[in-house]
Design a protein around this ligand. Structure first.
Ligand SMILES: Cc1ncc(C[n+]2csc(CCOP(=O)(O)OP(=O)(O)O)c2C)c(N)n1
Ligand code: SF4
Length: 254
């Protein structure tokens, strides 16, 4: 087959979304962040919201999200993305406004902002990358670190007596009256990626339709912080994270 025949529209099975530009990502090979960026770009393109999407980037490994997604973006101070997104959405109600936050940013430093924005029913979507660790700063314990899990700041493993219990932010979000759609997904297999994409689409549609707040948690790997190969990290996540953070929809108001 010639190249021309292969790239005929009827033969096209996959195309990189235009909104995901060609800048080389700084993420470690095997990291979940890049996959989720791609899904966000695909969904925005499929919804035709290229000129209406505003992403709010976190402090953490995804701090440079705006370098990879060709949409309007605003950087927020650590943990404050939901407050910034609230202001943007209230000022421009016709925009698709979403935050993109790690577990350190969302479930520790920004716990208050997250809970209150969700509880107020702001018409935004929060994408929550839960890799159970502070990736960017060298793998310290996060609120979501599993019991027994070793990190730079709990080298003998997280101990409930000393460090408390892992925080179930998504379960908390599901109890709040302002939330419309709350779900927990992952991106370690093709099937999981497809489901995660559907979840992001639903959350974005709810945000545009003014149905309330939406939280999409993506249980993720940080293979560098976990000191594992990408393949081993995926296996570890399936065996250890999924039992504690089970996948699926926790709340769907429809
Ligand atoms: C107020 C404040 N506290 C701490 C830091 C340092 N800091 C930067 S990124 C980060 C951890 C981010 O971890 P997470 O949100 O889980 O994202 P990841 O890097 O794992 O994607 C921390 C503690 C900071 N920049 N500002
Ligand atoms: S440190 Fe972890 S979260 Fe950050 S880019 Fe590397 S694998 Fe991803």
């Amino acid at each position: 087959m010639t190249r021309e025949e292969i790239i005929k529209p009827e033969n096209l099975v996959y195309k990189k979304p235009v909104l995901l530009n060609d800048n080389t990502m700084h993420y470690c090979p095997g990291c979940s962040h890049g996959v989720v960026h791609k899904l966000i770009a695909e969904v925005i393109e499929e919804m035709g919201l290229e000129d209406k999407a505003v992403g709010v980037s976190p402090v953490g490994c995804a701090v440079f999200m705006y370098n990879y997604l060709d949409i309007d973006c605003q950087e927020a101070a650590h943990g404050r993305a939901p407050a910034v997104a609230t202001a943007i959405k209230r000022l421009w109600p016709d925009r698709l406004v979403f935050t993109y936050q790690g577990d350190g940013d969302l479930a520790c430093i920004g716990t208050a902002e997250t809970i209150h924005a969700l509880n107020r029913g702001e018409n935004i979507t929060i994408i929550f990358i839960n890799n159970a660790i502070y990736g960017m700063t060298g793998g310290q314990m996060a609120p979501t670190t599993l019991l027994g899990m070793k990190t730079a700041t709990c080298p003998y493993g997280r101990d409930a007596k000393i460090h408390g219990y892992p925080l179930h932010m998504t379960e908390i979000a599901a109890t709040l009256e302002g939330t419309a759609y709350v779900t927990r997904q992952s991106v370690q297999t093709v099937a999981a990626i497809r489901k995660a994409k559907k979840a992001i689409r639903k959350a974005f549609e709810n945000s545009m339709a003014g149905k309330g707040s939406n939280l999409v948690e993506i249980v993720s790997t940080c293979n560098s912080g976990w000191k594992m190969s990408p393949v081993a990290a995926n296996k570890w996540m399936e065996e250890n994270m999924f039992p504690y953070y089970p996948l699926g929809d926790l709340k769907d108001k429809e």
